[in-house]
Design a protein around this ligand. Structure first.
Ligand SMILES: Cc1cc2nc3c(=O)[nH]c(=O)nc-3n(C[C@H](O)[C@H](O)[C@H](O)COP(=O)(O)O)c2cc1C
Length: 180
């Protein structure tokens, strides 16, 4: 089972990219998660699209998503919503035949706030609805107070979160396999 894991954060020391790394280390047998960051994608501009088409970064991401059995989006919360960089990537991908259409998607996120990207994840679910993506309804993962759950090297140190991630991955694999 090929899975593309997308971090919604561009920064190197991101909690969300760290969470994605943890998912890779916990991937169950038969699942292969390829982690991806969204750095270097230009802001969507219809004139640029008309003149030069989609940027190479988006064409590559499009192909990877199309070839995958599912994707996992691990997103921060910026001002009660998803970061502009993540929305921008989805906007580019949505042009023409979206690779997100019918795609199985899992969402989760980490933030310093107490509710761990709940608002952001629900905005992301709304955006993915526009793509007709199949977003796993539950279980949900909200990693709040992230500063207390990762060490300075970006390793997850919270056992409870690690256990939840393991269960979540098993649920995601079975949800993809069984296509309910
Ligand atoms: C522009 C901006 C807006 C933010 N807004 C929120 C917010 O609405 N809710 C929240 O919990 N954290 C918010 N934060 C704090 C982020 O949770 C924190 O910076 C987190 O580390 C970002 O994720 P990352 O570590 O993966 O980059 C915001 C951070 C930035 C830079």
């Amino acid at each position: 089972m090929r899975i593309i894991g997308i971090s919604g954060s561009l920064r190197k020391a991101s909690y969300n990219t760290a969470l994605l790394r943890k998912l890779v280390s916990l991937q169950p047998q038969g699942m292969e998660i390829e982690p991806i960051r969204l750095n270097g994608i230009p802001i969507y501009d219809g004139d640029d699209e008309k003149a030069s088409g989609k940027p190479a970064t988006i064409l590559e991401l499009d192909q990877k998503i199309r070839a995958a059995d599912g994707i996992i989006i691990v997103t921060p919360e910026y001002n009660f919503s998803i970061p502009g960089g993540l929305k921008n990537a989805i906007d580019w991908l949505s042009r023409g035949k979206s690779p997100l259409k019918g795609k199985r998607v899992g969402v989760m996120g980490a933030s310093d706030g107490p509710i761990g990207t709940a608002r952001s994840q629900y905005h992301l679910r709304q955006t993915l609805q526009s793509q007709e993506s199949m977003v796993m309804p539950r279980p949900e993962i909200f990693v709040g107070n992230a500063g207390k759950k990762f060490d300075s090297e970006g390793n997850l140190t919270d056992d409870d979160t690690a256990q939840r991630l393991t269960k979540w991955l098993a649920a995601f694999a079975s949800w993809i396999e069984n296509k309910p």
